[in-house]
Design a binder for this molecule. Sequence first.
Ligand SMILES: NC(=O)c1ccc[n+]([C@@H]2O[C@H](COP(=O)([O-])OP(=O)(O)OC[C@H]3O[C@@H](n4cnc5c(N)ncnc54)[C@H](OP(=O)(O)O)[C@@H]3O)[C@@H](O)[C@H]2O)c1
Length: 258
Amino acid sequence: FQMSAYRKIQVHTLSSNFREATHIVEAEHRELKRDEVLLKNIWVGINASDINYTAGHYRPGLSPPFDAGFEAISKVERCGEGVKHLKEGEIVVSTSFSAFGEYQYLKASRCVPVPQLTPGMLPLIVSGLTASLSLEFVGRMSSNETVLVTAAAGATGSFAVQLAKLNGNHVIGTCSSDEKGRFLTQLGCDRVVNYRKEKLGDVLKREYPKGVDLVYECVGGDMYDTCVQNLAVKGRIVVIGMISGYEDQSTWANKNPA
Ligand SMILES: NC(=O)c1ccc[n+]([C@@H]2O[C@H](COP(=O)([O-])OP(=O)(O)OC[C@H]3O[C@@H](n4cnc5c(N)ncnc54)[C@H](OP(=O)(O)O)[C@@H]3O)[C@@H](O)[C@H]2O)c1
């Protein structure tokens, strides 16, 4: 292993426009701390939330320059002296705030070994865990209920659909195209709503007059309002995100009045 410089993406200006917020910089390799590993990133995951991060919403008070990127699948290049559960050459997935680089220095405790170097492992610990923790613990997911997932064909939505189905629920998923609709049917969705062809509110009023028991809501804005208006008695809505307002920052408008 050669101690030369490596490239990473760094935020230099707070903005939800990723291209305007970031640039590529060279970083110097350094000594490892006892509990750290040096990872050579092979694939990184790009998330909707990345532009909230570059805009400074996730870690208020943090000012540029700072690194970006939440998830990576990587090869362990070197281990600090105190690292017990990982070894050099192993493949790991990790969550961090510095995944968008050729290498990253990370606490070993943030890394989970995986059996294969395949990008399919990448979304498990961010998108997959988000779905599982949110449905099971926050949403108190049960069986034989009606579960609605918005942005269902997206990264975390597609996990939510599968988990809700595996738990024995009737699953409704929203998406914007027939192609995504077919994907959702394959995942086990019982009712796909392509919102460009049908109005979700009309479908719910007509086909689910008792309302929806649990909503995994990713979109915000009008979609959120429709979900709230169609909740069943004792229904739960878990707000996962508000992607419809990220680009124009309307999601954050109340926090940052003009
Ligand atoms: N991935 C995670 O682990 C995670 C963790 C915490 C929170 N979240 C939140 O969950 C939501 C979805 O994230 P994701 O990672 O699953 O995203 P993703 O894979 O990029 O999927 C997002 C989907 O949202 C839908 N969408 C609806 N309205 C949109 C709009 N106005 N602009 C852009 N997309 C729109 C699109 O699907 P259609 O074309 O079918 O509408 C799009 O494909 C976000 O709010 C995110 O902040 C995600």
